[in-house]
Design a protein around this ligand. Structure first.
Ligand SMILES: Nc1ncnc2c1ncn2[C@@H]1O[C@H](COP(=O)(O)OP(=O)(O)OP(=O)(O)O)[C@@H](O)[C@H]1O
Ligand SMILES: [Mg+2]
Length: 216
């Protein structure tokens, strides 16, 4: 987003990937790297970021005995996103802060489109209404075979409503993420996440040095 009268733009960076690939772990590393380079990023996540969106997050993640209609899930995701964008993300970008976000609209295409099989055009229609053109400048897609992420998540203990899904669901999610990376290779960078933490960090550092450093 361009600030009036300034040549530097603030930037919007997102992390994506199935559960357990290391988004939250590496978000901290990226935030520290940005701080070390003189930026004070807003670090946030979806669904969430505002009080309303955090309440919607709880509604979405709580395991339930009655199945949730995919369209209800999609609309709740976008309701949370509307709140997050209008009250947190866009104001931060306008005020000159960088924004680093754990998941964004790509996740709706992957989970509700791929996972729940909702038509992409319905997601695109909501994206158009809710984001009004706000797209990440850079997305790091942490990618690993589904069982790798699942094993890591299971070690963590109690599972949320998504983590209770079967492997086939996450295979569909992963496929959509990879397809989006193929279709937008400049924006979406694939990071191999089935390697050691330091090896993942090294790949991320390469992308930061190559893509982000020139923006600072
Ligand atoms: N490359 C790695 N090697 C070994 N363990 C890892 C690696 N990356 C992450 N982990 C571990 O796997 C677990 C899940 O990582 P993390 O919470 O960062 O994933 P996530 O992508 O944020 O998951 P979720 O989608 O569920 O929020 C953590 O315990 C983390 O320490
Ligand atoms: Mg996480």
């Amino acid at each position: 987003m361009t600030r009036f009268g300034q040549s530097k733009r603030t930037r919007f960076i997102t992390l994506e990937g199935i559960e357990g690939v290391g988004k939250s772990t590496h978000l901290k590393f990226i935030a520290d790297w940005l701080r070390a380079h003189g930026s004070k990023p807003l670090v946030t996540r979806e669904p969430g970021g505002t009080r309303l969106a955090d309440e919607i997050r709880r509604l979405l993640l709580t395991p339930r005995s009655q199945p949730v209609a995919p369209m209800a899930e999609l609309l709740l995701m976008f309701a949370a996103r509307a709140s997050h964008i209008e009250q947190l993300v866009r104001p931060a970008l306008i005020s000159g802060r960088w924004v680093l976000c754990d998941r964004f609209t790509d996740a709706s295409y992957a989970y509700q489109g791929g996972g729940r099989r909702l038509p992409q055009r319905q997601i695109a229609a909501l994206e158009h209404m809710v984001t009004r053109g706000l797209k990440p400048d850079l997305t790091l897609l942490l990618d690993a075979p589904v069982p790798v992420g699942m094993t890591r998540v299971r070690r963590r203990g109690a599972r949320d409503r998504f983590e209770l899904e079967r492997q086939a669901f996450f295979e569909r999610v992963r496929r959509v993420y990879l397809r989006r990376a193929r279709n937008e290779p400049r924006r979406v960078r694939i990071i191999r996440a089935d390697v050691s933490l330091s090896a993942v960090r090294e790949q991320i550092l390469n992308v930061l040095q190559q893509c982000v450093l020139p923006w600072l």
